[in-house]
Design a protein around this ligand. Structure first.
Ligand SMILES: NC(=O)c1ccc[n+]([C@@H]2O[C@H](COP(=O)([O-])OP(=O)(O)OC[C@H]3O[C@@H](n4cnc5c(N)ncnc54)[C@H](OP(=O)(O)O)[C@@H]3O)[C@@H](O)[C@H]2O)c1
Length: 263
């Protein structure tokens, strides 16, 4: 595979995004790292520079389509774009989500990822192919939540399901144009997003291990990287149950915390 010398990652200030940034950091690699929290983003950039990478940082909100397009467009040649930023929330008390939370979770998790991936796709189609015929790679971080609509996190599951479906369906035509798309569907990863979860998290994994699995999947040109395999299999089987049965079973566990009121 052609060496990935220029990599852009959203949500690089924390969790999986930061672990991915550090996994790709090496001499000869340029990393473009995005996030909103200045100090955390600077710390991630410093850690990557310490590994020998050249790093630029971009403070921006993935919900800002024009801002994301401008950032991606200004980065120059890109071998890999990872649309990783996302927000998790649900309904801890069994009461349906507020309209504001529904809109916010679709905006951050679905529109936000597409705001990064679509300009990258347009740019990569015009890039010269490497020796392996690949013009560029785009990974979109969905979730195993895409496979199982859980009553405790309706919009999160729906947004990730839409993102996974879009990525997998677009991967075939994109590949014909030399761009490899990968839908990344992790199970539970130990990050700020899962820190407040008050339910068992089978297969909980460290972000560094998740980053290594994601990196291998992207390198192999896989259309979907879903892990751990046994949690993915359980989510798939759960998704095949009649909805009222899966709803009853899943609603026994507490839901994810809601977004703060102001949002
Ligand atoms: N942790 C899990 O178990 C798990 C499982 C499956 C999928 N995922 C997915 O993995 C991705 C990373 O999550 P994580 O677990 O690493 O969570 P995290 O530690 O909370 O990190 C989330 C990252 O996304 C950024 N972000 C959130 N909203 C943003 C916005 N509107 N604009 C720009 N950046 C934004 C955050 O940036 P700032 O902090 O700088 O604002 C942060 O860097 C998400 O898409 C998540 O849905 C996570």
């Amino acid at each position: 595979m052609t060496k990935l010398a220029a990599v852009l990652i959203t949500g690089a200030s924390s969790g999986i995004g930061r672990a991915l940034a550090e996994a790709y950091a090496a001499p000869g690699v340029t990393l473009h790292l995005g996030g909103r929290h200045a100090a955390r983003l600077a710390a991630a950039a410093d850690a990557c520079r310490a590994k020998g990478a050249s790093v630029t940082v971009h403070m921006g909100d993935v919900r800002d389509a024009a801002g994301q397009a401008a950032w991606v467009g200004a980065a120059g040649h890109l071998d890999l774009v990872i649309a990783n930023a996302g927000a998790g929330a649900g309904i801890p008390d069994g009461v349906p989500e507020t309209a504001a939370q529904v809109r916010e979770l679709f905006a951050a998790n679905l529109d936000g990822a597409l705001n990064t991936a679509l300009p990258a796709l347009g740019l990569m189609r015009r890039q010269a192919p490497g020796p392996d015929g690949v013009r560029g790679r785009i990974a979109l971080v969905a979730s195993l939540a895409a496979f199982l609509p859980a009553p405790g996190a309706p919009t999160y599951c729906a947004a990730k399901a839409a993102l996974d479906a879009w990525t997998v369906a677009t991967a075939t035509p994109a590949r014909k144009q030399g761009v490899i798309l990968t839908s990344v569907c992790p199970g539970y990863i130990r990050t700020a997003m899962t820190a407040e979860n008050k339910f068992p998290m089978p297969g909980l994994m460290e972000p560094e291990r998740a980053a290594a699995i994601i990196q291998r999947g992207i390198q192999a040109g896989r259309t979907r990287v879903a892990f751990p395999w046994w949690v993915a299999a359980a989510a798939r089987i759960g998704g095949l149950l009649p909805p009222r049965l899966s709803g009853r079973l899943l609603s026994r566990a507490p839901g994810k915390a809601a977004l703060p009121e102001a949002e």
